[in-house]
Design a protein around this ligand. Structure first.
Ligand SMILES: Cc1cc2nc3c(=O)[nH]c(=O)nc-3n(C[C@H](O)[C@H](O)[C@H](O)COP(=O)(O)OP(=O)(O)OC[C@H]3O[C@@H](n4cnc5c(N)ncnc54)[C@H](O)[C@@H]3O)c2cc1C
Length: 507
């Protein structure tokens, strides 16, 4: 399977999904869902089961986005602690998020059972560990707030981990699974009950007349009564791009020399944090470790993050070899809760699900329930709490969106000389750089065969200048997380188009 990165994740060794259809359906659809990750597929299936006629369009293939690069813990202990939700919202909100996370795991369990999905779903205890007094104070607050929302959390007397800790908590009823085995099966069942999936179909825009939407795509137009952006972040320019900060995070799957694989989900409270779990794939056991997060486009040497993660794991575990390493992107919401519901600034029948942080398996699944309720009943019990309309646009938004980033406006016309660029950049094979050349700014990558690839570094979204991600061999935008291959092909929105390619000639 393909993914939006150069590195191969633990999950990708599956044959790509082959949809039954290659062209858009001719008739009007009840709902068009854009995006074939866990959010889009779960939502499409829920809506189709509720009697709606649905089409899911995916720019690449099912699982191409972050769902193909996740680490697939299913948690009720969320990244935004319950005490923080209570402070920023109220106690009722904290309680609702706890119930929502439980119901998402229940929905995954019931899908697995109903469709007989073989995705190694298993229930595990989760442990959160503190290694000094300051972390222990934080742990106490997290534990107490989990108990206040009636989650099965207690103080732990021992943790199945060789990593150091002075205090820990345990939470029952967490889970894990193989995310692609799960969504591939859901996609199959969606088609089996009449849903359409179209691959290689990028949505490029829409128009509305009398509540009927005409959705434009790279494979033509399709009409629908409702549209859902399950694209991880919506395309175009929207206030949600200001409210969701893109982060890159790293994972490795290692084989151990002995048998010391933990049978639990284990997290620390370091900054950046680390986590561990065990996963069996095709009869082989792996220790998955993750962390080392940073804001997208704000790290010059992303390879280094893998090295730090590996060094941390090797310090405590007897590692035989690193079998997989990959990184991927998530979006951190400004107030700690996701944005699920009507997309601000758009007609009432346009919806979005974004800002999941590191809990997108849960919030993506919960989005399916919330959006199905909003579309079929006009309301959801979580509607107000998670509505993207809860935040009002600010007059200064446009400026803040570009803050701290270099903005590039040059158009690059004509062709550029390879020998002169070679001289200006001085790149070794496998290296990339943004260079100034004859008054123009050029993003250059020299591949392992010595060929130069040049693109205009101005991200088409709002013209921030992209930076090189050497681990995933992509140009990443530090403003809103759009990502492009070294040839400029769009990998991840919110940009809707490729980086401008520059014609290079030997003189
Ligand atoms: C390394 C890492 C580890 C994580 N671990 C966990 C975890 O343990 N537990 C957890 O709950 N969450 C975790 N998360 C978060 C979780 O993986 C994501 O939030 C989740 O996968 C997002 O799913 P999605 O379906 O919303 O988006 P995606 O999986 O990104 O899918 C969006 C799809 O939309 C398509 N698309 C985009 N634009 C268009 C367009 N214009 N037209 C057509 N298609 C389009 C893309 O090609 C893509 O396939 C992790 C994230 C990372 C980065």
């Amino acid at each position: 399977m393909k993914r939006d990165g150069f590195n191969v994740s633990l999950w990708q060794g599956r044959p790509a999904f082959i949809p039954k259809n290659t062209t858009l359906p001719a008739g009007k659809q009840d709902v068009v869902i854009v995006g074939g990750g866990i959010t889009g597929i779960t939502t499409a299936l829920q809506l189709q089961k509720a009697g709606k006629k649905c089409t899911l369009i995916e720019a690449q293939e099912i699982g191409f986005g972050t769902t193909g690069g996740t680490t697939a813990h299913l948690n009720t202990m969320m990244d935004t602690p319950y005490y923080e939700i209570r402070q920023k919202f109220n106690s009722e909100a904290a309680d609702k998020i706890a119930r929502l996370s439980e119901s998402a795991i229940t929905l995954i369990r019931s899908n697995v059972k109903e469709y007989g999905i073989d995705c190694s779903l298993s229930t595990k205890p989760g442990y959160l560990c503190a290694k000094d007094d300051k972390q222990a104070d934080l742990l106490d607050k997290i534990l107490q707030s989990c108990q206040e929302v009636h989650l099965p959390a207690t103080c732990a007397t021992s943790v199945p981990t060789p990593t150091p800790y002075i205090k820990a908590m345990q939470i029952q009823e967490q889970a894990q699974f193989h995310p692609l085995d799960y969504i591939l099966a859901l996609a199959q069942h969606f088609e089996a009950i009449g849903g359409h999936i179209i691959h290689d179909c990028r949505m490029t825009g829409f128009s509305e007349e009398d509540k009927l939407l005409t959705i434009q795509t790279s494979k033509g137009d399709v009409k629908a009564d409702a549209l859902i952006y399950a694209t991880h972040i919506p395309p175009g320019v929207n206030m949600l791009h200001f409210l969701c900060a893109p982060y890159r995070t790293y994972a490795i799957a290692v084989k151990l020399k002995g048998d010391n694989y933990p049978d639990a989900l284990i997290y620390d409270l370091d900054d950046p944090y680390h986590y561990f779990r065990t996963q069996e794939v095709d009869g082989e056991r792996y220790l998955i470790a993750g962390g080392e997060d940073h804001k997208t486009g704000h790290e010059e040497n992303t390879h280094e993050r893998f090295k730090c993660l590996e060094a941390y794991v090797r310090k405590y575990y007897d590692v035989d070899h690193v079998a997989y390493q990959w990184s991927s992107q998530y979006y951190e919401p400004a107030d700690g809760l996701p944005y699920i519901g009507h997309l601000p600034g758009n007609p009432d029948n346009v919806y979005v699900a974004t800002g999941f942080g590191g809990n997108g398996m849960i919030y993506g699944t919960a989005s399916a329930v919330i959006l199905t309720a909003l579309i079929t009943k006009g309301e959801s019990e979580y509607g107000t709490l998670l509505s993207p309309d809860r935040v009002k646009p600010m007059a200064s938004m446009g400026n803040v969106m570009k803050e701290g980033a270099t903005v590039t406006k040059d158009m690059i016309t004509g062709w550029l000389s390879i020998p002169k660029l070679e001289e200006a950049a001085g790149l070794a094979k496998g290296e990339a750089k943004v260079v100034k050349y004859e008054g123009k700014t050029v993003a250059l990558y020299k591949d392992n065969n010595g060929a130069l690839h040049a693109v205009n570094p101005a991200c088409p979204h709002i013209k921030c200048s992209v930076g090189w991600n050497n681990a995933e061999k992509s140009w990443d935008c530090p403003c809103h997380g759009s990502r492009f291959s070294y040839t400029g092909e769009l990998l991840t929105g919110p940009s809707s188009s490729d980086l401008e390619k520059i014609d290079l000639r030997e003189e």
